[in-house]
Design a protein around this ligand. Structure first.
Ligand SMILES: Nc1nc2c(ncn2[C@@H]2O[C@H](COP(=O)(O)OP(=O)(O)OP(=O)(O)O)[C@@H](O)[C@H]2O)c(=O)[nH]1
Ligand SMILES: [Mg+2]
Length: 194
């Protein structure tokens, strides 16, 4: 839930990057961190295993200036994609304002993509949210791989509603900021409509 502090004139929003293991969630956040101005970003906190798999989460606070006199901060989180870290994923979704689903474009990962979307729905609903009502963007990542599936085959089974879809090559930064801007836009719209 968006935290609006009227006294301090601050808005804090939480955006969670969700998706299957090795899909590229941490790579997205890392790119955003690398390319953001020193003044806009806080510390990137990554809790990872020795093999660079996310163990608990990554966390990056971004400050995007003032909107109608309110200082606006976005707190970006990633979840650990590995199936057995489900308790962490559920916890990280608490208070979420928007979700970016990072799908892996490879055919061999289609089951993992589908399983992760199912898991997202489940964990949102256990936290009292409905994915149909949560600001949501789909990113299809790893478009550079020869094994990446064509969009018209990849996207339809992953759709959950009329969410914006972005192609990405997160390792090269392609599509990363387009995805971020789209989720921020949806979160701000949602805030306005409350
Ligand atoms: N070829 C290619 N590799 C990518 C791309 N994005 C990420 N990777 C690589 O995929 C691997 C996994 O990326 P991560 O960002 O750690 O994936 P993750 O979704 O955070 O994985 P978990 O933390 O286990 O859930 C890394 O070796 C990345 O460099 C991409 O667009 N193309
Ligand atoms: Mg990760």
């Amino acid at each position: 839930m968006t935290f609006i502090n009227y006294a301090a004139r601050e808005i804090n929003c939480k955006i969670v990057y969700y998706g299957p293991g090795l899909g590229g969630k941490t790579t997205n956040i890392q790119h955003i961190y690398d390319k953001s101005n020193a003044g806009a970003k806080g510390k990137l906190i990554s809790l990872a295993t020795e093999t660079d798999r996310t163990l608990f989460f990554d966390f990056l606070p971004l400050e995007l200036g003032a909107i109608r006199g309110f200082k606006t901060r976005f707190h970006l989180y990633t979840v650990p994609g590995q199936v057995f870290y489900d308790a962490s994923r559920k916890l990280i979704l608490k208070g979420v304002d928007g979700v970016v689903f990072v799908a892996d474009s490879q055919e061999a990962r289609m089951d993992a993509n589908a399983e992760s979307i199912h898991n997202l729905k489940e964990n949102l609903s256990q936290n009292g949210y409905d994915l149909n009502r949560v600001p949501y963007v789909l990113q299809v990542n790893k478009r550079d791989l020869p094994s990446a599936m064509p969009l018209e085959v990849l996207v339809p089974p992953l759709r959950v509603k009329d969410e914006p879809v972005f192609e990405a090559v997160a390792v090269k930064g392609r599509g990363v900021f387009d995805t971020l801007k789209a989720i921020i836009r949806l979160v701000m719209l949602d805030l306005k409509n409350r």
